[in-house]
Write a protein that binds this ligand. Structure first.
Ligand SMILES: [Fe+2]
Length: 266
């Protein structure tokens, strides 16, 4: 009977207040998940020597020894809609890319910043195109947000491939509070732009940072590689990454990815 009650609440004729209730409930569950999973990962995987330094800024950047643009030369470009293209790689090229990006040097730099080793649970190579501000979807796809239903330790790695200020770079604004109760300030000067030409790597805590994709100018675009990393006991990646390049990220990924086959990096 309880099930019927839940179904009738969420899947019958929904009033505005019911949607609002569902949204508040989702936010609440997401916050509990973020904190509980974060705590568990701190206990199981974190090297306490590197405590908190990164959590005070929410973003880091360093230079790589190679240019990642070479990896997408043979990628298949698929136009998803007017605002987005996705570049698909073959399975073996994904393995090569991951082993090259997360080599011993990068692993060490990230470990020293965060205190964690990671599992790469999702990746996407995408290109944002200009979209008219009057388009109904503009607000949704270019809205400032923080990633919900993920651990607070979930790390996103970005490698911008052709991104400058004209490309509408990803804007990241750290809020020095895990509850994000402070509202996003669009005009804040305390923010970073994720820009580069294939040789810079950025780490961002998207569960603790507001972030917003910009709108590229008409004759420009923003192409970048994004990896989603969750703390693990060793450096590894999900074997099925190549199958999910066109799909969106799984929610609650620290938990859900736990049950999939993973391959060791290097
Ligand atoms: Fe996001």
């Amino acid at each position: 009977m309880l099930i019927n009650k839940i179904i009738s609440t969420f899947f019958s004729k929904k009033s505005k207040s019911q949607y609002k209730f569902a949204f508040i409930l989702f936010e609440f569950v997401s916050k509990i998940y973020s904190r509980l999973t974060g705590l568990l990962e701190d206990i199981l995987y974190k090297n306490k020597k590197y405590h908190e330094s990164f959590n005070k800024s929410g973003i880091f950047k360093f230079e790589m020894a190679f240019n990642a643009n070479s990896f997408i030369e043979n990628a298949k470009k698929i136009r998803m809609d007017e605002s987005l293209s996705i570049y698909c790689l073959k399975e073996e090229d994904i393995k090569k890319l991951i082993n090259k990006v997360f080599d011993k040097k990068t692993q060490s730099l990230i470990f020293k910043k965060t205190g964690f080793r990671y599992s790469v649970d999702y990746m996407r190579i995408y290109e944002n195109h200009h979209i008219c501000e009057t388009n109904q979807r503009f607000k949704i796809i270019r809205e400032a947000h923080y990633d919900k239903s993920f651990s607070r330790n979930m790390l996103k790695i970005f490698i911008p491939l052709n991104v400058d200020l004209n490309s509408g770079p990803l804007k990241v604004s750290f809020i020095n509070s895990p509850n994000l109760s402070k509202k996003y300030d669009d005009n804040s000067t305390n923010c970073s732009h994720v820009m580069g030409s294939g040789d810079l790597i950025y780490g961002v805590l998207p569960n603790l940072c507001w972030h917003q994709e910009g709108n590229p100018k008409v004759d420009s675009s923003a192409k970048q590689i994004m990896f989603q990393l969750n703390p693990s006991n060793r450096w590894e990646f999900r074997e099925d990454l190549y199958l999910r390049q066109l799909k969106t990220e799984n929610k609650f990924s620290s938990f859900s990815s736990f049950f999939f086959k993973k391959l060791h990096i290097n």
